[in-house]
Design a protein around this ligand. Sequence first.
Ligand SMILES: [Zn+2]
Length: 166
Amino acid sequence: MLRIGLGYDVHPFVENRKLILGGVEIYHTDGWGLAGHSDGDVFFHCIIDALLGMCSMGSIGEYFPETYEFKNINSGVLLKRTWDMINKKYKINLNNIDSVVISKSVKIIPIAENIKNNLSKILNLNPQKINLKGKSGNGLGVGGEDKGIEVYCTILGDVVELQNDS
Ligand SMILES: [Zn+2]
């Protein structure tokens, strides 16, 4: 059955932190990174929530709480764990991923291919089925005022519940 998942996430900028987006480390001229209990990778968090939404399995916080285990963790690891977890319950054939990244100071086009490749490897999905759109926010909102980065995404997949023989 075709199912769609919607993801949204936002993280504030902080000084003197690595800026990680979609598993790509980005040089920020002001030395800003994204705050968060994990590595703050707002893009991968958004993808995780969309995958969980596609499978009606809740949200990221239910699986990866703000405990010591997940402190500063690479969000690519969380994405891989999510993907493995939902694949135990469903047979999933991803159709495509579309996303919107809103940031005044982080330009998406130069890093889009790297992000697509990272996502493609974790989800075993052709990078041509992944799309990223960068928006400046036109001076409005969290991204537009450069207080942080916002990401929206949708994921469409063919999702079939696996028979539980146990
Ligand atoms: Zn997050």
